[in-house]
Ligand binder design. Structure first.
Ligand code: G
Ligand code: MN
Length: 379
């Protein structure tokens, strides 16, 4: 695939410097949004925000960004896009996030740091690290990310599996989200090598505790293979093209296709069968008795709120882990919290419920504790 990242040097070259200064002053820049879809549920869980320019010349966003870079304005351009994204966050639908593209080379730039420091928290913001030239020093990028992570931002590696974002990046940056390059997704239903690579990257992401997002999904056949491989998130023209409309929903026929897939059966030997639904609450809300889970803006667990008013750490488990394996993990915890419930989370690490230790023990020794009725039953 050829992209024209090099600025054209025709004698009629538009006055990029003036055009960019206008954008940096806040004019002629708009953010388009493209939905990010939870493959298992068919719901929108987030939006990638993409810069769109209306300037004196018909140039694609890539060309704008490369001219900005050439003129030393790249970080300021990333900064104004991020600032706009943060303004839009106030109207973001519940339990969704936004992703913004940022060059890793700009993370330490004062223009970007200023935007970061103007906000109390960067919760619900995912920084997509996009780089079209090889960045050798992954460790330096990881250090630059620290203040962003401390402020609550999550990190995505864009174009994973392409030549630029290899396994080394994933290891060094330990991202929250791995965005599979479009080229890997394109016709993967007809290409065993691509689907094997996606499965491999999925396994790798699991180890890093990251979620995988497949980009550039254009065909239902691709979506079905991705779902079969357990890829939790997807994005692409199939669902919706980027649009200036906030906040875009997905095409009705694709949503129906996702909703009509049969629900997975509950295996009695997996912890999913022992989950009890409990109240979740945000940090500032009052506790709910006897137990509740404190969650962040994405519904991911921060702490377990115990009946005696104390908070504790969370041991997060997935519904498809075996009861025995979870019990073993739970019992390796320090004595003070060994017997506390574990928190069951879905593919996006959102709270599904809790599992009490006594239920796990009962199951393993063959007793029959009261069966919860809150889990998904096969229909
Ligand atoms: O690398 P990054 O993911 O940031 O690229 C985003 C670009 O990809 C946007 O300009 C968007 O318009 C484009 N895009 C989004 N979905 C699709 C798709 O399904 N197919 C193709 N070819 N391009 C897409
Ligand atoms: Mn991107």
């Amino acid at each position: 695939m050829t992209t024209f990242l090099e600025p054209p040097v025709a004698p009629t070259a538009p006055r990029w410097s003036a055009a960019l200064e206008r954008v940096l002053a806040g004019e002629g820049l708009a953010l388009a949004a493209q939905p990010i879809v939870d493959v298992a549920r068919g719901s929108v869980v987030g939006y990638e925000l993409l810069a769109r320019f209306d300037g004196p010349h018909q140039a694609t966003p890539d060309v704008w960004f490369s001219h900005a870079e050439r003129l030393g304005l790249g970080a300021r351009l990333d900064a104004i896009v991020l600032a706009r994204a943060l303004d839009l966050r106030d109207d973001l639908p519940d339990d969704t996030f936004i992703t913004v593209n940022i060059s890793p080379l700009h993370l330490g730039d004062p223009a970007l740091a200023a935007v970061r420091d103007r906000h109390r928290s960067l919760e619900r913001i995912v920084l997509e690290l996009t780089e079209h030239s090889a960045v050798d020093d992954c460790a330096a990028v990881a250090r630059l990310l620290e203040p962003w992570r401390e402020a609550g931002a999550k990190v995505a590696i864009d174009d994973a599996g392409s030549g630029y974002a290899g396994l080394q990046w994933l290891l060094a940056l330990s991202p929250d989200l791995v965005k599979l390059d479009r080229a890997l997704v394109d016709h993967l239903d007809e290409d065993e090598v691509k689907s094997a690579l996606v499965a491999m990257l999925g396994g790798f992401a699991d180890r890093l505790d990251a979620w995988v997002l497949a980009e550039g999904v254009e065909r239902l056949a691709e979506l079905d293979v991705l779902a079969h491989l357990g890829v939790p998130l997807a994005q692409g023209y199939l669902f919706r093209r980027p649009t200036l409309e906030l906040w875009p929903t997905i095409e009705g026929d694709v949503r129906r296709h996702l909703e009509q897939r049969p629900a997975r059966a509950v295996d009695p030997d997996r912890v999913g069968a022992l989950v009890e639904v409990v109240r979740t609450r945000h940090r500032h809300e009052p506790p709910a008795l006897p137990i509740s889970v404190v969650v962040d803006g994405l519904g991911q667990p921060i702490a377990l709120d115990l009946a005696d008013g104390t908070w504790d750490r969370v041991l997060a488990v997935r519904p498809d882990e075996t009861v025995r394996a979870v019990l073993e993990r739970a019992l390796t915890r320090d004595a003070h919290w060994r017997w506390h419930p574990v928190v069951c989370v879905d593919e996006l690490r959102r709270v599904v419920g809790v599992v009490r230790l006594e239920r796990l023990v009962h199951h393993v020794i063959g007793g029959s504790p009261d069966r919860p009725t809150t889990h998904e039953e096969e229909v």
